[in-house]
Design a protein around this ligand. Structure first.
Ligand code: FAD
Length: 385
């Protein structure tokens, strides 16, 4: 293992790896990524694969618009197919007040160039033929949203970063961060020490532990909540192409994988704060029931896998991204709740620009880690599941 590096990134999920890649792309390749398990084992490999621009605030819409632009070219850029497909997101609407809220969101999304629109239940059924439209009065639809394969995206970023000179150490846990007079000196790991002047905390659900190691003096409330996912056996291709969501049915979301053909999804049941991710029978029963309310034919399809993972939640469900002023060259990008996979390309690009150039044209300020300390929470980010 290297004994010295300009930058140490703690966390080998999609966020840490995409930041490593973007730093190296900007010429800062003296980067080491530390991952305490295997790459992606945190939240990233446990995610629901969804990528959407249908948010309810300007910053997340703009970030996600940029992210989708990047997702579109990512397979080519990284030299590995990440299976990104623009199969759309379909929010089912059952109540009049829900419809008003979605109309407002659509207006905002359209202002920033996202082509979402409100459609009829009949149009929704054309998009997803086996959909149960009983009680549905409308749907919010955006055909440029989509999904990608988290396993492939992680390896694609990791391999591309390595080609640019980044070194990645799996099974290497950051145990301590030595800081003297506001300057980072060393990251202590289970495999030795690395001298460094810059640390990026990309540990998501574990980010508060990393902040504590460095003595970050401000309050950044990130808490780990257990959410679960499910996957069924493959069904005939092209049945449920978009991500379909119903808040009325407990925040259920589901989509058919573009390549493997199984139906993947979950719903809003959460436990915590906890670091336990054992799957529960309560979830299996709840998700099966909700899937079959949305797509009745799924009653006859077998579940082949369920799993638990973390939503690393802040009080406004937006991540904390930026520099910690009291510790020279300490940065955080963590607390991504249910939308860190989709945001990674744009967040990593923005943070790398900010670190290397001192500025970015993306709305990074929105995720200011000091907002909690100041009591200036953002509006709750639209969160599914
Ligand atoms: P992680 O992938 O958790 O990576 C952090 C890494 O840090 C971990 O691998 C961990 O092992 C490592 N680490 C921690 N402490 C240390 C240490 N001391 N030393 C070294 N390494 C350390 N997002 C979407 O965008 N779309 C979705 O559809 C979606 N669905 C989801 C469904 C479920 C059921 C869950 C659980 C999450 C979902 N998410 C979704 C959220 C998404 O998975 C996360 O926001 C995203 O993966 C966060 O990436 P990350 O790299 O920040 O975190």
């Amino acid at each position: 293992m290297r004994s010295e590096a300009k930058t140490v990134i703690i966390g080998g999920g999609i966020i840490g790896l995409s930041i490593a890649y973007n730093l190296a792309k900007l010429g800062e390749s003296d980067v080491v990524v530390l991952e305490k398990g295997y790459l992606g084992n945190g939240s990233t490999f446990r995610c629901g694969t969804g990528i959407r621009q249908q948010f309810n605030d300007e910053a997340n819409i703009r970030m996600m618009k940029r992210s989708v632009e990047l997702w579109k070219g990512l397979s080519e850029e990284l030299g590995m197919d990440v299976e990104f497909t623009q199969s759309g997101y379909l929010f089912l609407i059952y109540e009049k007040d829900e419809l008003e809220a979605f109309k407002n969101n659509v207006r905002l999304q359209n202002r920033f160039g996202v082509p979402s629109r409100i459609i009829t239940p009949e149009e929704a059924k054309e998009i997803v033929p086996p959909l149960n439209t009983n009680g549905v009065i409308a749907a919010a639809w955006n055909h440029t949203d989509g999904k990608a394969n988290p396993f492939k995206a992680v390896f694609a970023y990791a391999e591309a970063a390595k080609r640019l000179g980044v070194e990645i150490y799996e099974y290497t846990e950051a145990k301590d961060i030595r800081v003297e007079e506001g300057k980072i000196k060393t990251v202590v790991t289970n495999r030795g020490e690395i001298k460094t002047g810059r640390v990026i905390n990309a540990a998501n659900a574990w980010a508060p532990l990393i902040n504590k190691m460095a003595g970050v003096p401000i309050k950044i409330p990130i808490e780990p909540y257990k959410h679960q996912g499910v996957k069924t056996e493959p069904i005939k291709p092209g049945q449920i192409e978009p991500m379909v969501i119903s808040f009325k049915h407990g925040g259920v979301y589901l989509t058919q994988e573009a390549y493997q053909g199984g139906v993947i999804g979950g719903y809003g049941l959460k436990y915590g704060p906890t670091y336990d991710i054992t799957p529960t029978y309560e979830f299996l029963r709840g998700v099966s029931y909700r899937f079959s309310q949305i797509i009745p034919a799924l009653k006859y399809v077998n579940v082949i896998r369920i799993w638990g993972g973390f939503y690393a939640e802040t009080p406004d469900h937006n991540a904390a991204i930026g520099r910690i002023n009291e510790i020279d060259e300490f940065y955080i990008a963590a607390g991504f709740s249910g939308h860190g996979f989709m945001l990674a390309p744009a967040v990593a690009e923005a943070l790398a620009e900010f670190i290397v150039d001192g500025k970015t044209d993306k709305p990074l300020d929105f995720y200011d880690p000091y907002r909690f300390e100041r009591g200036e929470l953002r509006g709750q980010a639209l969160q599914m599941g």
